[in-house]
Ligand binder design. Structure first.
Ligand code: CMP
Length: 739
């Protein structure tokens, strides 16, 4: 009989055998055949041999049969041996047709996620080679091609790659996900990540780190105006038919997707209405979980985004009506607090429970006195005329130069806006540039004049900085107290800034619609320069050699306390100041410094060594636990490198690898602030509270006997530093001190 069989019939007979009953020759026949199957042809001989021993032959007679539905648990991987299938996803309908030799169903196995699509037979009598999950994991998971590409309508929409990083970084504890998004269309990336959102709110925060990366960077490739409709699309609306819950998009999508020329009627996927309702609830919970994360991340910034606000408002009623949805954002906050924040952070939770559902109930205003500058805020514009008479007015932070000019001049007047630094370098500002007031550098000012007057503009006296130093006042202040107040102020500046400002700053604010502001970041960066030049200014304005040496010693001591307080930003600022050429050249002063102080200074210098991409600093920082204030200019440099070295899009798909790198830097900023420095306590002053409650920051004893030693005076002093930033003038001063 066997000798009369054609090769196809023989092969089919072998395949139909239970895998355990296949002989060595049978396996050889299957193995040979697999060489011609597109889905496995690229695999090694040994892998194909192993597959031959486990493949199960599966046939289905009727077109329209649902092999499995989106949301199902993944149990097997399939190769199409004969026939073809439709790939259908919720909301989108038919996205791909797969034919003989092609495969499907690997995604759920690789990512341990639910099925990402429904598979329906396109024709009668389809044959499949099925590999069950256990075998797939054993044989293929580690040897399969490193890349998985998903197509829709003939175009690649998602590229996943086997990741080399460890699973804890990729998916958090317990996640077995090893395939990560490399590129994709924004909508498909979102769809994929939503599928991977886990709903076990009892355990660890199961939000995949990829979701975090997406939310942190979405503004680069998916504005709210695109994100909100996409989320809406993923959010199935419930309606009832004769008292029974129905899910709108599931059945609609399927009816639309089945080929109209078929005579059969649209079959709903396997499973009861109840199962579908469960699936739909899970889909809505995933969207709500993602939105909860989104609101936690951007907080009140979302209130400045009309599209986001409108979307959240529209969804609010529906979420509020269903306790299975409305409690999720609170649970998320509780989880985050449990894992990240100290016990004290839980103070307001019980109160929130009794309140009505509100997306923003978890958003906290910064605790410090310094309020963040928001995109819609008005800020002070100080503009000088050529005769140095000032004009001051309050204008929205993002006002354009054109608007500033029309606010201060008559229509048609020949007027330009110029910014000038203390050296007298001028730049005429373009009419369409905006937010010029908050973007000014240290000692830089705005001027308004006719175009003919630009060349004759001179800096204001105040831009030159002080003529007298404050060494005497500083001498009275304890180094620890000065450092503490510096840190206190830095912490306020640092926390007033949102991580997304780094994206706006590096990519260019104009690329983002609406009220994108970088004002808080720029304020923080300006402060770095201010502290740096404060050190140089004070040293160069101190004429007495002995006092100058004491001042140098004091600055090294301040640097030391700043480092101890984990304020690396100001630590570097002070160290940069000390390493300025105008200070370095003062040999006589340095000679007078005790050798112990010098040794400390030299050790700190090594930390500043920029070689091997600031390796010394990076190693030191890696050991720190939050809270700490990072060296901001280096983070900005890292971001710029990532941005300039990687394209936003690869073959018209979002280069998500780049987004992950950007998110990694932003997460450093998040990590630094994941523990509070400040807790509210009505009895103590803010500075004292911060010192007490930051774990490693020591309490300093204030000597209040001298007025300038009081914390409030020191605070006033450090917040109002007056500095010379003109390097030529500083060098000149230094030369007059020691020629
Ligand atoms: P899995 O999620 O296990 O089940 C559905 C399968 O459909 C999926 O794996 C992919 O193998 C396959 N598929 C093909 N194209 C797509 C697509 N555009 N979106 C989702 N799944 C797709």
């Amino acid at each position: 009989l066997l000798s009369q069989m054609g090769p196809d019939a023989l092969l089919t007979m072998i395949l139909r055998k239970h895998p355990s009953q296949r002989s060595a020759e049978d396996l050889e026949v299957i193995y040979e055949e697999l060489l011609h199957v597109k889905a496995v042809a690229h695999l090694s001989t040994s892998v194909r041999k192993e597959l031959a021993a486990v493949l199960v032959f599966e046939t289905h007679g009727k077109a329209g049969t649902v092999l499995f539905s989106q949301g199902d648990k993944g149990t097997s991987w399939y190769i199409i041996w004969k026939g073809s299938v439709n790939v259908i996803t919720h909301g989108k309908g038919l996205v791909a047709k797969l034919r003989e030799g092609e495969d499907f169903g690997q995604l759920a196995l690789l990512n341990d996620a639910p099925r990402a699509a429904t598979i329906i037979l396109r024709e009668d009598n389809c044959h499949f080679l099925r590999v069950d999950k256990q075998d797939y994991i054993r044989i293929l998971k580690d040897v399969e091609a490193n890349t998985v590409r998903l197509e829709e309508h003939g175009h690649t929409v998602l590229v996943l790659e086997k990741s080399t990083t460890d699973s804890t970084e990729q998916g958090g504890a317990g996640s077995s996900s090893k395939y990560t998004v490399m590129s994709g269309t924004p909508e498909k990336i979102l769809e994929h990540l939503l599928e991977k959102v886990k709903l076990d709110t009892n355990g660890n925060d199961a939000i995949d780190s990829c979701v975090g990366d997406f939310l942190l960077t979405h503004k680069i490739f998916m504005a709210s105006s695109q994100l909100c409709p996409a989320l809406q699309h993923q959010y199935p609306l419930m309606f009832t038919v004769r008292g029974q819950p129905r899910v709108s998009y599931v059945t609609n999508a399927l009816c639309r997707d089945l080929n109209p020329w078929r005579t059969y009627h649209a079959q709903p996927p396997k499973g009861s209405e109840l199962e579908k309702a469960d699936y739909s609830l899970a889909a809505r919970q995933k969207v709500v979980k993602l939105l909860g994360q989104w609101v936690l991340l951007y907080g009140l910034l979302l209130k400045d985004d009309p599209v986001a606000l409108d979307f959240l408002e529209r969804l609010k009623k529906e979420v509020a009506a269903d306790s299975r949805l409305s409690t999720m954002p609170k649970d998320q906050l509780r989880e985050r607090r449990r894992t990240r924040l100290s016990e004290n952070g839980n103070h307001s939770l019980s109160r929130q429970h009794s309140q009505q559902f509100d997306w923003f109930c978890n958003c906290e205003e910064p605790v410090g006195r310094l309020q963040p500058i928001r995109g819609q805020d008005k800020v002070l514009y100080e503009i000088s005329r050529p005769d140095h008479i000032p004009i001051t007015l309050m204008l929205p932070v993002n006002t354009s130069v054109q608007e500033v000019l029309s606010a201060v001049t008559k229509p048609g007047a020949d007027c330009v806006l110029v910014k000038m630094n203390s050296m007298g370098d001028r730049a005429q500002l373009k009419l369409d540039s905006s937010a010029v007031s908050t973007g000014l550098g240290l000692n830089e000012r705005l001027f308004m004049c006719t175009s003919g007057q630009v060349e004759r503009l001179r800096p204001l006296k105040e831009q030159q900085g002080p003529e007298q130093g404050t060494a005497d006042a500083l001498e009275q202040m304890c180094s620890k107290d000065v450092a503490s107040q510096l840190t206190h102020y830095d912490w306020e500046l640092f926390t007033a800034m949102h991580e997304v400002e780094l994206i706006y700053y590096v990519f260019g604010r104009s690329k983002f619609p609406g009220g994108a502001t970088t004002a808080n970041l720029q304020r923080f960066v300006r402060r770095f320069n201010e502290v740096q030049y404060w050190v140089v200014t004070e040293v160069c304005l101190c004429e007495d050699l002995a006092k100058r040496a004491a001042l140098l010693k004091k600055f090294v001591k301040i640097a030391s306390v700043l480092k101890e307080q984990r304020n690396l930003n100001s630590f570097f600022a002070v160290m940069f100041g000390l390493s300025n050429s105008a200070v370095q050249r003062l040999y006589k002063t340095w000679e007078r410094i005790p050798s112990k102080t010098k040794r400390i200074y030299c050790a700190y210098e090594r930390l500043m060594d920029p070689s091997r991409n600031h390796r010394a600093y990076r190693l030191a920082v890696a050991k720190l636990s939050p809270p700490y204030i990072p060296f901001m200019p280096l983070l900005l440099k890292d971001m710029t490198f990532i941005h300039e070295g990687n394209k936003n899009y690869k073959d018209k798909l979002v280069n998500f690898e780049k987004m992950r790198l950007i998110a990694k830097t932003l997460k450093i900023v998040q990590g630094c602030r994941s523990q509070p420095y400040v807790h509210s306590s009505p009895t103590r002053g803010l500075a004292d509270r911060m010192l007490l409650e930051a774990p490693s920051i020591r309490i300093s004893t204030y000597c209040d006997s001298l007025p300038c030693r009081s914390p409030s005076n020191i605070r006033l002093y450090v917040q109002n530093l007056s500095v010379i930033d003109n390097q030529c003038r500083l060098t000149e001063l230094s030369r007059t001190l020691e020629c």
